[in-house]
Design a protein around this ligand. Structure first.
Ligand code: BF8
Length: 639
């Protein structure tokens, strides 16, 4: 790109171009749009049509609903919507999983037998002497039926520590099937139904547990079994991964099933030859949002960017096709694409966009369909005009699934969480923070997520990431091992250097926050850090959250005993009562709590403070100096 005042930040460079061309993007719309002062406080009720009622100006709505009820109801509906997104994603995965196991879907296979057997054990499915496909069919059918379970609890919650399961039972928080809980949540929030703030929030908690320890976890685990469990892979990120001389196909959304096939299709020799015949040097595939995270972790496919980069990718003029599946798709993609040759292809019957080309996902012929999409891109290449691809891309190492963390830290002879627990106990690692979630257009280039993460690692807090927050940190070169030497405190740097990992571990997409739950449960099981998740020096954080899915995730962490610190504003700030319930109220019930704090430095302080409180409770507040034992000392110890 030409010289611009924003050189160095590719998104800001592209925004200069958008302004110049008069093209509207989320960043420019957020500048000109005044956020609704009522909605921002959780004070707008539109659950019936006597209103909408303004609970910022009034103490009660027309129906008599109070400020507190409306705030709790709005929050609970966000949980329900977020959970629905994850669970419906999971459902698609389970259906394909069953089809693959039955041999009906030729393009999908049961790959990870080890994980299949582990899950079969959770579900009480016999594995001995059975074919993996037979096991997978039984597992898939059980899981699918469980979504609608009317009475019993989802079996995945058995993966939580025993004490946590007991707490959920004692507090009447053990969920039934996730579909059941979501429907009830929506029912309870209709006009004139559940009007007690805590009752609403508690049902939101059941719904969130059913998602975190059910829906999302099922999506993650079954995707791993079918598509492969991620392991470390080197990759590149930024708008600069788009290739000027190649055909660029961008996959975007959350469901990796078709994107996996497109990754395979671009290798096809015949298609490569067709691309060359059109004057391109090859076919380049890259990703946006969580579909990007999925193919990045499993194949090292480069990441163009996160949520706030989707329009900017089109703005480069270098994208022949953007194939989108579900969730976090900006409707404006098609309007931006009108200014260029880019074809936006929708592929899910659940996520159509006016003005896009619809090529509906056909699971039975997924690879053939992926090839059709690649052909559309090839045929579109000659229509390309001037391109503006920012120069350069950053390196990153990704693929830190729970299994990878266990393997990397424990070593091939004794994969375990023991070394992680030991390094927390001896104080080299102060604690762990999951820094996850979205990017906000009005915070583009302000470094909120990366500043927070830099402060955490400087204080020896190991950071695990998912979702779009990963891109914000990749952009600041935090997802490479060298970042440990540059930014991490001495203890964390020593561990990272010894193991060869970055201080910030990319664990996947948003549904993969379940990997963090599993890792936390493994830390408890390993011993030495208490006997419940609420004992761990672990905090969740979504510094730039915007999606209902983020609230759903936050609530399942809180339900699991892990506090969460969210940036931006609190969506319940209009109600002191609900703010208090989400804070102190939940701390008393589950040990987790919600904190809303927009300032990255203050967010880091809250996280570090909480970790220190937990360390003190565990009796490990003092960092243990390393002692080199001589023979006499060893004799005294009886070695
Ligand atoms: O599910 S982090 S902007 S892309 S909601 Fe969306 Fe937020 Fe990105 Fe992935 Ni998650």
């Amino acid at each position: 790109m030409s010289d611009t005042k924003n050189k160095g930040n590719q998104a800001l460079e592209m925004l200069d171009l958008a302004r110049e061309k008069g093209i509207s993007t989320a960043h420019l719309r957020t500048e000109s749009m005044r956020r609704c002062p009522i909605g921002i406080k959780g004070a707008c009720c539109k659950n019936c049509f006597m209103g909408p009622c303004n609970l910022f100006k009034n103490e009660q709505g027309v129906c008599g609903a109070t400020v507190d009820t409306v705030a709790a109801r709005n929050f609970a509906r966000m949980i329900a919507a977020g959970c629905a997104a994850h669970v419906d994603h999971a459902r698609e995965v389970v259906n394909v999983f069953i089809g693959a196991a039955k041999g009906e879907l030729k393009n999908y296979k049961i790959k990870d037998g080890k994980k299949l057997h582990m899950l079969a054990q959770v579900y009480g499915i016999k594995t001995e002497g059975r074919d993996k496909n037979e096991i997978a069919v039984e597992l898939g059918e059980q899981v699918l039926a469980e979504f609608g379970e009317q009475n019993g609890a989802p079996k995945m919650i058995r993966r939580a520590p025993k004490k946590r399961q007991q707490l959920w039972q004692d507090k009447d928080l053990t969920p039934r099937g996730v579909d059941r809980e979501i429907v009830e949540m929506v029912h309870r929030t209709t006009v004139g139904t559940d009007q007690d703030p805590m009752s609403l929030l508690l049902h939101g908690t059941r719904t969130a547990i059913a998602n975190g320890w059910g829906g999302s976890m099922i999506a993650t685990e079954l995707q791993d079994i079918m598509l492969g469990t991620p392991s470390p892979v080197k990759a590149k990120a930024n708008l600069g991964v788009l290739e000027e001389e190649q055909i660029n196909i961008v996959v975007h959304g959350h469901d990796p099933l078709l994107a996996e096939m497109i990754v395979e299709a671009v290798q096809d020799k015949e298609l490569q030859a067709q691309a060359k015949a059109k004057g391109a040097k090859g076919i380049n595939i890259a990703g946006i949002c969580c579909t990007a995270n999925e193919v990045l972790l499993r194949h090292g496919v480069p990441m163009v960017g996160s949520f706030t980069q989707q329009e900017l990718a089109v703005l480069t003029g270098a994208v022949e096709v953007m194939a989108v599946d579900i969730q976090c798709l900006m409707q404006s993609l098609t309007t931006v694409a009108q200014c260029f040759h880019t074809k936006i292809i929708t592929t899910s019957p659940k996520a159509k966009i006016t003005g896009a080309t619809h090529m509906e996902m056909d699971e039975e012929n997924a690879l053939e369909q992926a090839k059709e999409i690649v052909k559309v891109a090839i045929d579109n290449f000659p229509n390309r005009k001037k391109v503006n691809i920012p120069k350069g891309a950053v390196d990153l190492i990704v693929g830190f699934s729970h299994e990878t963390i266990e393997y990397m830290l424990g070593g091939s002879f004794r994969s375990s969480y023991r070394p992680l627990n030991d390094n927390i106990i001896n104080g080299r690692i102060l604690g762990v923070a999951g820094v996850v979630g979205c990017n906000l257009p009005h915070l583009e280039g302000k470094g909120v997520t990366s500043d927070l993460v830099k402060e955490l690692i400087a204080n020896d807090v190991l950071v695990v990431q998912t979702g779009c927050a990963t891109y914000a940190c990749a952009n600041e070169n935090l997802l490479i091992p060298e970042a440990a030497l540059k930014y991490a405190g001495p203890g964390l740097a020593e561990v990272c250097e010894a193991v060869g990992i970055p201080p910030v571990l990319h664990s996947g997409s948003c549904v993969d926050n379940s990997r963090i739950l599993i890792a936390c449960a493994a830390m408890v099981a390993e011993g030495g850090l208490g006997d419940d998740l609420s004992d761990l020096p672990v905090v969740g954080c979504a510094p730039e959250w915007m999606s209902e899915k983020a609230i759903a995730i936050g609530q399942y962490f809180v339900a699991s005993g892990v506090p969460v610190v969210f940036g931006s504003e609190s969506p319940v700030s209009n109600s002191a009562c609900v703010s208090d319930l989400l804070g102190k109220g939940f701390e008393d019930i589950t040990g987790g709590k919600w904190v809303f704090e927009p300032d990255p430095h203050k967010m880091a302080q809250v996280i570090i403070e909480y970790i220190k409180i937990k360390r003190k409770a565990l009796g490990i507040e003092q960092k243990k100096e390393r002692v080199l034992y001589d023979m006499e000392m060893r004799r005294q110890m009886g070695c």
